[in-house]
Design a protein around this ligand. Structure first.
Ligand code: PMV
Length: 323
């Protein structure tokens, strides 16, 4: 029997949730993000001919990728060039459990897993600087001028404090966080949401500046609430953050309905997460059981899907579909 041995390497990343501070982070304010245990894996194997790419979105040579995936092909090419590898003889498979365009950091997670797998294929591990510089190529194509919070969050194993152009800082939490994340089922276009805030800033600079300031203070208070394990205060801060996101024009009726429902079902606080205008919302609960109840109420209220988890371990629970 002939045995063909092919070299193979794996890179992984997880998704993320922005706890507080999205949008304001684009304007230099801080934000806090936490790891969310939905995973993506990139598997690189030796093959022959052109570099082939396989994913749920596109399968084929990297040079024929659709325009919206140009960032991914550029990221692959630049990484291989840096590693001194020719642009051929590889098969790259992306296996992702992270839904696209829901504010969960799917594009950054794919790029992080991809770069890690290419480095691993060459027997190397990227430094954080190397990782970010290649992931940035994909993210810039996907989001325009991202703050960088997504790539920092999906490559961190703990909650982070993030400020544009600065090193992310681990955030200490006293006690577990019980979080529900629910998907409206509608793709949220972060690029459009960021652009809407920018237009609003030009029209009403004072009002928007006030909102951004308030969000900056909320994030600061949230850091202390996490440090002190004061989940009741943290819940209120999520609610206050949501008020500001509404005033920035990035929430919508679908998100507002789920947020209201989560609060009525016992959440300590709830808000949208990520870019908004569709995508996901999060709710903070005081126990895993309460998170389970909130999550199942959200499914009954029309959420497309809903998860809940404790930040203490990696286990993620998905609420059942309501028939
Ligand atoms: O990629 P999303 O939808 O999780 O949003 C990223 C957070 C924003 O603050 C809205 C944009 C950014 O670049 O920071």
């Amino acid at each position: 029997m002939n045995r063909v041995s092919t070299r193979k390497a794996l890179g992984e990343a997880h998704s993320k949730l922005i706890l507080v501070g999205e949008h304001a982070v684009v304007y230099g304010k801080p934000a806090i993000a936490i790891p969310f245990p939905l995973k993506v894996r990139s598997i690189v194997e030796e093959s022959s001919g052109n570099i082939m790419f396989e994913s749920a979105v596109y399968t084929g040579p990297i040079d024929s990728m659709p325009m919206r995936m140009k960032g991914i092909s550029e990221c692959i090419k630049e990484t291989l060039h840096y590693l001194g590898k020719p642009l051929e003889g590889l098969r790259i498979r992306i296996d992702s459990a992270i839904p696209l365009g829901r504010g969960l950091g799917s594009s950054a997670a794919v790029a992080v897993a991809l770069v890690r797998s290419l480095f691993s294929f060459c027997g190397q591990e990227p430094s954080q600087r190397e990782l970010f510089s290649f992931v940035q190529i994909a993210e810039t194509h996907a989001h325009g001028k991202p703050s960088g919070i997504d790539m920092a969050a999906v490559s961190s194993e703990c909650p982070i404090w993030f400020e544009r152009e600065k090193e992310p800082i681990p955030v200490k939490t006293n006690g577990p966080l019980y979080i529900v994340a629910s998907d409206t089922g509608r793709i949220g276009d972060t690029r459009i949401a960021v652009e809407n805030v920018r237009k609003r800033y030009l029209l009403e600079p004072e009002k928007v500046e006030k909102s951004l300031e308030k969000i900056g203070k909320i994030v600061d208070e949230a850091k202390n609430a996490l440090l002190n394990g004061d989940m009741y205060l943290l819940g209120q801060l999520l609610n206050r953050n949501q008020e500001e996101l509404i005033s920035l024009g990035v929430s919508d009726d679908g998100l507002n309905r789920l947020i209201e429902r989560a609060r009525n079902a016992g959440a300590l606080g709830a808000k949208l997460t990520g870019g908004g205008l569709g995508g996901c919302m999060i709710a903070l609960a005081d126990s895993l059981e309460s998170a389970r109840i909130i999550s199942s109420e959200l499914m009954k209220s029309g959420a497309f899907r809903s998860w809940y988890f404790s930040s203490q371990d990696d286990s993620l629970y998905a609420s059942q579909e309501v028939k």
